[in-house]
Design a protein around this ligand. Structure first.
Ligand SMILES: Cc1ncc(COP(=O)(O)O)c(C=O)c1O
Length: 369
């Protein structure tokens, strides 16, 4: 019986201290869990743009190929101009983008080299593709080159796939080195810049952080749900890549497009990011958090991104619970999202946090150190 089998498996999850459940987040709680790095999800100009987008109706009513575009192309032009690429294509989520792009482009006879700490949506995209997949050690360029030299020669195409900023660690992929390796071995570099967009390189992302220009062998993916503050995903690249995806990418073709109000809000968000002040403010807050977290021995080195992994291992869930009781929302992250023994509080900061907020968080954590 399915029911009893599932009950048993849930019990097992509970016994292993891996049980997940949904929690309501009150509006007035001190939030260190959100990816709304620039607080654009609540920005009044973005909200006005969302309201304006409602003039097109609540939903988009279907896939763009069958039901047509509303304001979707305006956002795509904006993203392509923002990222400096020929074209862009939007999807309904960042997850759907990774799954849809990787499974369409990487085929039988191709080889994918994927960083060990890549996001689950990249892993699922690799699983759905017909390509062979090899995992290289996290940001380990020697290991990557070794795998390419040992295995790469018999494949049609070689794809190197990496997060730009790693979602659970906040560290930055060495895109300068990855680009060189991609060039040297005639490979294609796919960057999931979910956490770099709006944050690094004056908001333009991790590629810009390294002063690299978009090129024919780079495909940039991103999400509209983190620094942009809304919902959706995008891919930016050369015209042929986008044209091919429109024709073959299943999560694009067989799924209803984003509601026009969300699209309008995202266009406004990109305009605000381009003004530059918000990204600068975020960098200032990262500097402030670095100072306070260092004073409290929570980090050793300065962070460049707003994601701080405080690795408390088996104490993590107790600390998260204690924070919750003290009106601070910051959930614990466990296996399989992070490796066993690397359980952590994933603290993400944003432009709305104050020095007092950082200190309140530290004060609450202190007694567990
Ligand atoms: C690195 C990375 N890629 C992709 C995604 C998926 O994006 P979305 O939440 O828009 O589906 C996330 C976030 O969940 C992420 O952290």
């Amino acid at each position: 019986m399915l029911k009893s089998q599932l009950q048993k498996e849930i019990e097992n999850i509970k016994n292993n201290n891996l049980y997940r459940f949904l929690r309501k987040k009150d509006n007035n709680i001190l939030d260190f869990s959100s990816n709304d790095y620039l607080c654009l999800s609540k920005h009044p100009e973005v909200i006005d743009a969302v309201k304006d987008g409602l003039k097109y109706g609540f939903g988009s009513t279907g896939s763009r190929l069958t039901s047509g575009d509303i304001n979707h192309q305006i956002l795509e032009e904006k993203i392509a101009q923002f990222k400096g690429t020929e074209e862009a294509l939007i999807y309904s989520t960042g997850y759907a983008t990774n799954v849809g792009v990787i499974s369409a482009l990487c085929k039988k006879g191709d080889l994918i080299l994927s960083d060990k700490l890549n996001h689950a949506s990249i892993i699922d995209g690799c699983r759905l593709s017909k390509a062979d997949v090899l995992i290289y050690n996290h940001c380990d360029m020697d290991n990557l080159i070794h795998l390419i030299e040992e295995n790469g020669s018999s494949y049609n195409n070689l794809f190197i796939i990496t997060d730009g900023v790693f979602s659970m660690d906040g560290d930055i992929a060495p895109l300068d080195k990855l680009k060189k390796i991609a060039d040297e071995y005639n490979g294609i570099l796919i960057i999931d810049d979910a956490h770099g967009t709006g944050v690094l390189g004056n908001g333009k992302g991790t590629l810009k952080h390294f002063n690299l220009k978009p090129s024919d062998n780079i495909i940039q993916i991103g999400t509209l749900s983190k620094a942009v503050g809304g919902l959706g995903g995008f891919v930016c690249s050369i015209e042929e890549v986008i044209e091919y995806l429109i024709n073959t990418s299943r999560s694009f073709i067989y799924s209803t497009s984003l509601p026009p109000s969300v699209v309008s809000g995202c266009i406004k968000s990109f305009e605000l990011i381009e003004e530059g002040a918000l990204t600068k403010k975020l960098q200032k807050n990262i500097e402030l958090a670095n100072k306070i977290f260092k004073e409290q021995d929570l980090i050793e080195e300065d962070n460049l991104t707003p994601i701080y992994p405080f690795i408390f291992k088996e104490k993590t869930m107790d600390i998260a619970e204690h924070l919750m009781k003290n009106n601070i929302f910051c959930v614990g992250i466990r296996y399989p999202t992070v490796p066993r023994g690397m359980e952590r509080l994933r603290v993400s900061i944003n432009v709305g946090h104050s020095e007092g907020d950082f200190r309140a968080l530290c004060e609450c954590i202190k007694k567990f150190k």
